[in-house]
Design a protein around this ligand. Structure first.
Ligand code: SF4
Length: 472
């Protein structure tokens, strides 16, 4: 439904200065939805070009550079700038990317407006999809070398886009069912958005006093189906601005960064969040960024190979698989054997298990120290690790940028200094958050002891990045 906009009711007089200007940005977005739509079509076009053109071009040779080869250029833009940029934007502006720029979000919503409008089935509403989809796409992406080759990128990202359109066509009426329940990165985006310094704030008192026909907009079609009156978290909101001014109660507003983690996560944090943060972002994703540089991976593989040869089983060392199952580019001397693939899976799984034990145990202790055991409190404390988890994934993705630029002759000697500063700030922010979370449940020595226990978890989360960037 197209939002109906009234101009009679101005932004609340109680707001002034920067607050009023920020609220006006939300109103501006609501009033310019057609411009947003044109922008979305533009992004869809760029996305399609970056995904399809490299897939139909020959693979670059050793003499190619990002400035003279379209495949390398697309790879640099896609993995080096686009994805790290999207993650950073979540920390700065919440899910503005999803609401304004994301090609999949735009396409699934357009399909849903013209689709069958069926009710959303229960299997789609399963809360575990964000975790399961994130782990599966991350691991599969490593098996097929999604960062290095255009065909796997087309398969994974293009497949995800096709699924988004199909889900949009089948379910919802102009809604983003795909984004809300199934998108492999929506869980991660929702968690990172909790840290953002801006959100759409709902004033419930104003909502109850102001009849719908007196707001600055008469109707709202919230694509990700956020329950507006009770919205406290930025996790599901796509920051599209369509509800800005509804009942004069919803406005784009600033908040202290991370305040949602301290004040709201205590009511919302659950097991799926914990799984996505610790085994997901701080385990599986770390293993995926690690394995190619890890001397442990090489040693494990050698031991397995020696054992297999000793037992007369050499086929896992010789057998390869099609490129869509396991990396297979013989012309570029890049072929993973079945043994490589099995060791890769083992390495990522082992990283996830070890990281989970090292991080979750101290946090379980911290949760117990501040009071009787409570799963909700435990999950709340784990939200405090989000700055470190986010920083790790952004640094891991940006390592692609650094590698590509170094291959092309840029020295980037400052890269490790930037990494050190980023990790130090992220770890300090996480420590501050767990201190403030612990303070909601206890005070004095118990609060200090819980923070000390949490610092062990933070150190465990830092260690893999120290190994990757400074030791190996
Ligand atoms: S709550 Fe819904 S309508 Fe409002 S800004 Fe967020 S996504 Fe848009």
């Amino acid at each position: 439904m197209t939002p109906v906009t009234l101009y009679a009711a101005p932004p609340r007089a109680s707001r002034a200065g920067a607050s009023a200007r920020l609220a006006a940005v939300g109103d501006w977005l609501r009033l310019h939805q057609k411009a947003v739509l044109r922008l979305q079509w533009g992004v869809v076009l760029v996305y399609a070009v970056l995904l399809i053109v490299p897939a139909v071009m020959p693979l670059p040779d050793n003499a190619a550079h990002i400035w003279n080869d379209v495949s390398l250029f697309a790879r640099f833009v896609f993995w080096g700038i686009w994805w790290p940029g999207v993650l950073i934007s979540m920390l700065l502006f919440g899910r503005l990317w999803c609401g304004i720029f994301c090609p999949e979000g735009a396409l699934t919503e357009m399909a849903s407006k013209r689709g069958l409008g069926r009710a959303i089935p229960r299997w789609i509403r399963w809360q575990g999809w964000p975790f399961a989809a994130f782990v599966l796409t991350t691991v599969y992406g490593q098996l097929v070398s999604v960062y290095q080759y255009p065909l796997p990128a087309l398969l994974i990202l293009g497949g995800s886009t096709a699924a988004a359109i199909a889900v949009g066509y089948l379910y919802g009426r102009g809604h983003r069912v795909w984004c809300r329940y199934l998108c492999p990165v929506s869980g991660v985006f929702g968690l990172l958005a909790k840290l953002a310094p801006v959100h759409y704030r709902v004033d419930r008192g104003e909502w109850d006093q102001c009849p719908p026909q007196l707001g600055r907009t008469l109707s709202v079609s919230c694509a990700p189906m956020v329950p507006l009156r009770t919205m406290e978290s930025a996790s599901s909101c796509h920051m599209c601005g369509r509800c800005a001014g509804f009942r004069n109660a919803i406005e784009l507003a600033a908040r202290p960064p991370g305040s949602e983690i301290v004040e709201v996560s205590g009511k919302t944090a659950n097991l799926w969040d914990t799984l996505l943060i610790v085994p997901g972002l701080m385990g599986v994703a770390v293993g995926a960024f690690h394995w190619a540089s890890s001397p442990w991976f090489v040693a494990l593989k050698q031991r397995a190979a020696v054992w297999l040869v000793g037992n007369g089983e050499t086929w896992p060392l010789e057998q390869s698989l099609p490129w869509w199952l396991l990396t297979n580019y013989p012309a570029h001397n890049d072929v993973l054997s079945v043994l490589d693939g099995a060791m890769l899976l083992f390495y990522i799984a082992a990283t996830a298990v070890i990281a989970s034990v090292a991080i979750l145990l101290p946090l379980a202790l911290a949760a117990r120290v501040v009071g009787p055991w409570s799963a909700r409190r435990f999950h709340h404390l784990i939200h405090g690790l989000l700055p470190l988890a986010a920083c790790g994934v952004i640094l891991g993705l940006s390592a692609q940028t650094v590698t590509l630029l170094r291959t092309d002759g840029f020295r980037l000697a400052w890269a490790n200094d930037v990494r050190m500063v980023a990790l130090t700030l992220a770890a300090a922010w996480s420590l501050l958050l767990v201190w403030r979370i612990a303070g909601r449940y206890s005070a004095g020595p118990r609060r200090a002891a819980a923070t000390a226990a949490s610092s062990v978890a933070i150190a465990a989360g830092l260690l893999p990045w120290v190994l990757l960037f400074w030791v190996w």
